[in-house]
Design a protein around this ligand. Structure first.
Ligand SMILES: NC(=O)C1=CN([C@@H]2O[C@H](COP(=O)(O)OP(=O)(O)OC[C@H]3O[C@@H](n4cnc5c(N)ncnc54)[C@H](O)[C@@H]3O)[C@@H](O)[C@H]2O)C=CC1
Ligand SMILES: N[C@@H](CC=O)C(=O)O
Length: 811
């Protein structure tokens, strides 16, 4: 004997029912078969709706009944040969009249009892099963009303089956007939008074399990519209994987926690009899689906799936008066039970100072009232605080038989969530160690499940979601490098970098599946007008795991939003130097936020572009070294200018060349004034542990003050006017056989920048093109400094430094 159950979507219309017929025909070749069917998809809702409308005195119920009748009559006409249609049509018509009569009564009384509701709801399965039996008449199908076989109590809408009587009735009936194929309605049963009852929404699965268990079936097949159970809800996790094999216990845990593929009570009866349950897809019958059995082979992973339940409220009862007093929790649970409030999760700290339970959001008010009433005396006398109710939460659970006795699973789970800023509000784990349950904000569910899926299942790659501000010189090169490396990173580092948001000063663009970097310019141009706050809000609201905000602007305002991002665990990578060279307080705050919210705040390119200056300094510090002195040339622009200026070509033209080659700041006056170098030496001093501000740094500027007045065009014009000044600077140094270098120094708490004459004996003398050099004098490098030298400006090298920071943030 085998039992096949088909859900509402599988029998939603004539086309689908014909697919079902094909599947049953094949099955019939193997064994005697019981087919359990749900109502035509959506019909149960329509039936309940008509009852509710009638009870509310709304005559619209007649229209809803018409829709129901129409759907069934049409299905009969499409499925049953014309010669045999009339008896089936007339049977359907009679049932529809019965529903109408009941609803008319409800309308007149203005009352819908639980009993009547079950009577109305039952017609869905009655009519679908009758229709399908008629369709399979040619295959010898026998229609049997399950209400004659399944006995329940009178708890309408969620009746409990009286198993021994039911088993006996089913066994007797099937022993008394010789037919091979039976079609029975799921979901419905009857009580001792022969009144119709129902087994709860999803109860057709349960009906099938009851038949399978009573008949000692060899197999129970649950045919639905998905190809089995998955590692996570595929609507939330695009990379969710099918689970070909899973144990009864795991299936129950996953189903309880929201994987709606199978109705949870279904497992119990078949598990007792060791009957395998095969979840299959009606619309893809060749797909393997999920086979649920007692013993399932290890799949190398300690967890089988991730499940969630939304709309959870946490109730917390706290108070010193609870400690050491037996009976508090008993009273709490009795109070909830008295109002039929189901408890989804319980946690109690060993201090006994608080008990916390999770229930459905919809029951929160009722729960608050009954608990506050129950503990009124204790609350008034201050022994217990009034109940704390926190709504809009969700449960996220890891499920797997193999978690048992494997240390590290919960560490991995909470570590991954913590790194992504998912705050865990409560935790529960039973001693079966089959599930670890956490409660998180409803708004974090999607992120939490994806983070966990990536951590436990996605050996293929890790997704990193970028929000990129700035598409100029450096930004443009960065985008090109990201595009060029996408494939390599996916294949070699298992990283999938996606640019989800992109902005320049005029436009912004978002694409959850990632912006196509081959056509970003056109796409961004067609984007929406840029609003910095909206860009930040989007990055926060999307709440994607492994999010990184990349600031490739030179903009002060952009630098002010880092705190909003870090506090949402979004890492920040910046080549913009404004944040790190603003007040020490803000710089410190950003570092603290990054630590607090497990995010990265990386700005390697703030000094020396792509050179490993800040990283090296941090390595020295982390390993216990102390930086005593720094001597450096930190301006690519100024080094280029002084390397290329000898009084022949005008100074202004050399500066322009530096700008055209992409070495200067967007505003070149920042380079020429020495401000850019001040920022850099201050950042190095701060990273060395010094609390410096810009005012603390002396700057011996070589620029005539007149050059710094007006616009950038005025700046160039005035530099041309001041050519004699620059010639004199050059000539003086050349006369001494020296070179002009704009040098930055930090020495035991003091920092300075300025133009110096550097002789051939000096460490800074042999420095060409746009190079930078940094000399670290430390406790471990007291005489011969640690030297970092190389190209210190240019869009390509800067972009690669930003890229490297992104990869560091990703890890
Ligand atoms: N060029 C170099 O060698 C190095 C540059 N840097 C830094 O790189 C940064 C970028 O420099 P470039 O690419 O040369 O500048 P750029 O002027 O070519 O590009 C700046 C980009 O930022 C965008 N932007 C400006 N304000 C914005 C806002 N409020 N919101 C969104 N986008 C905005 C602009 O539209 C433009 O796309 C600067 O902070 C610079 O200090 C750092 C190290 C070396
Ligand atoms: N404008 C800067 C670029 C890097 O920060 C420089 O010239 O060094």
């Amino acid at each position: 004997m085998q039992v096949l159950k088909f859900g509402g979507s599988s029998v939603a219309n004539a086309v689908n029912i014909n697919k079902v017929v094909g599947i049953v025909q094949e099955a019939l070749k193997k064994d005697r078969t019981v087919v359990v069917v749900s109502a035509l998809g959506g019909v149960t809702d329509l039936l309940l709706q008509s009852g509710a409308l009638a009870a509310a005195g709304d005559e619209q119920y007649k229209n809803v009944l018409q829709v129901i009748e129409q759907r069934h009559l049409e299905a009969v006409k499409a499925l049953i040969p014309v010669a045999k249609q009339s008896s089936v049509l007339s049977w359907m018509k009679q049932r529809c009249n019965e529903i109408e009569d009941i609803c008319n009564g409800v309308f007149l009384l203005g009352e819908l009892s639980a009993r009547t509701k079950d009577r109305i709801a039952a017609f869905g399965e009655l009519m679908s099963s009758h229709l399908i039996a008629a369709r399979m008449n040619e295959h010898g199908a026998v229609w049997k009303d399950s209400r004659e076989l399944i006995l329940t109590d009178s708890n309408y809408s969620n009746a409990a089956v009286v198993r021994d009587v039911t088993d006996h009735a089913i066994q007797q009936y099937f022993a008394s007939v010789n037919d091979q194929l039976f079609v029975v309605p799921g979901f419905i049963a009857s009580n001792a008074e022969r009144q119709t009852t129902t087994l709860g929404r999803g109860g057709s699965d349960y009906t099938a399990a009851i038949f399978a268990a009573a008949l000692d079936a060899g197999l129970l097949e649950i045919w639905t519209d998905v190809s089995g159970m998955m590692t996570a809800d595929p609507r939330l996790v695009p990379h969710a994987k099918a689970l070909p094999h899973i144990s009864y216990q795991e299936a129950m845990e996953l189903s309880h926690f929201g994987a709606k593929v199978i109705y949870p009570p279904t497992i119990q009866p078949v598990m007792k009899k060791n009957i395998p349950v095969w979840v299959k897809n009606t619309f893809d019958p060749d797909a393997y689906g999920t086979l649920i059995e007692r013993e399932v082979m290890l799949n190398g992973n300690h967890i089988r799936g991730i499940a969630s339940i939304n709309k959870i409220t946490l109730l917390s009862l706290e108070g010193g008066g609870m400690v050491g007093i037996p009976g508090f929790s008993k009273r709490l649970f009795e109070a909830l039970a008295s109002e039929q409030i189901n408890v989804i999760l319980i946690t109690q700290s060993s201090s006994e100072h608080s008990i916390c339970v999770g229930i459905e959001d919809a029951l929160a008010e009722k729960a608050k009232q009954v608990i506050d009433d129950t503990f009124r005396f204790e609350i008034q006398s201050g022994k217990v605080d009034p109940l704390v109710v926190e709504k809009d939460l969700a449960v996220v659970a890891l499920v797997g038989d193999n978690m048992k006795s494997h240390p590290g699973v919960s560490g991995k789970m909470f570590g991954a969530m913590g790194r992504n800023g998912v705050n865990v509000r409560a935790i529960a784990q039973g001693s079966s160690e089959r599930n670890i349950t956490s409660v998180v904000a409803a708004s974090d569910v999607r992120k939490a499940i994806n983070v966990l899926h990536e951590e436990f299942f996605e050996t293929t790659y890790k997704q990193v979601n970028l929000f990129l501000a700035g598409t100029g010189n450096v930004g443009g090169k960065l985008i090109a490098q990201l595009q060029q490396q996408q494939k390599y990173l996916q294949e070699n580092l298992r990283l999938q970098l996606r640019v989800i948001g992109m902005a320049n000063s005029r436009k912004m663009l978002f694409k959850e599946e990632g912006i196509d970097l081959a056509n970003w310019k056109e796409a961004l141009e067609a984007g929406e007008p840029m609003s910095l706050q909206q860009f930040v809000d989007q990055a926060r609201a999307r709440n994607l795991r492994n999010s990184v905000f990349v600031d490739v602007t030179a903009n002060g305002e952009v630098a002010t939003v880092y705190d909003q991002l870090l506090s949402k665990s979004i890492s920040v990578v910046a080549c913009n130097k404004v944040a790190c060279s603003s007040s020490f307080e803000y710089y410190r705050k950003l570092k603290d936020l990054a630590r607090e919210f497990n995010a990265s705040f990386l700005f390697e390119t703030n000094v020396g572009a792509g050179l490993p200056v800040i990283g090296t300094l941090n390595d020295l510090k982390r390993t216990g070294d102390v930086v005593n002195r720094i001597e450096a040339v930190l301006s690519g622009t100024l080094n280029f200018v002084f390397n290329n200026y000898n009084g022949e070509k005008p100074f202004a033209e050399v500066v322009k060349q530096a700008q055209d080659e992409g070495y200067t700041e967007p505003d070149p006056r920042l380079d020429l004034s020495g401000t850019d170098v001040m920022r850099k030496i201050m950042i190095l001093a701060r990273e060395s542990g010094e609390q410096l501000e810009m005012e603390d740094i002396s700057n011996e500027s070589f620029m005539p003050a007149s050059c710094m007045e007006g616009s950038v065009a005025d700046f160039y014009k005035e530099m041309a006017n001041q050519e004699a000044h620059f010639k004199a600077l050059y000539a003086k140094a050349a006369k001494e056989g020296k070179k002009l270098k704009f040098v930055a120094s930090y020495d035991n708490g003091r920092a300075a920048v300025g133009l110096q004459h550097i002789g051939p004996e000096h460490n800074l003398y042999h420095l060409y093109g746009k190079d930078n050099v940094v000399l670290f004098y430390t406790n471990r490098y007291p005489d011969q400094p640690m030297v970092i030298k190389g190209a210190g400006a240019g869009a390509e090298v800067t972009a690669s430094g930003v890229f490297a920071d992104i990869l560091r943030a990703a890890h």
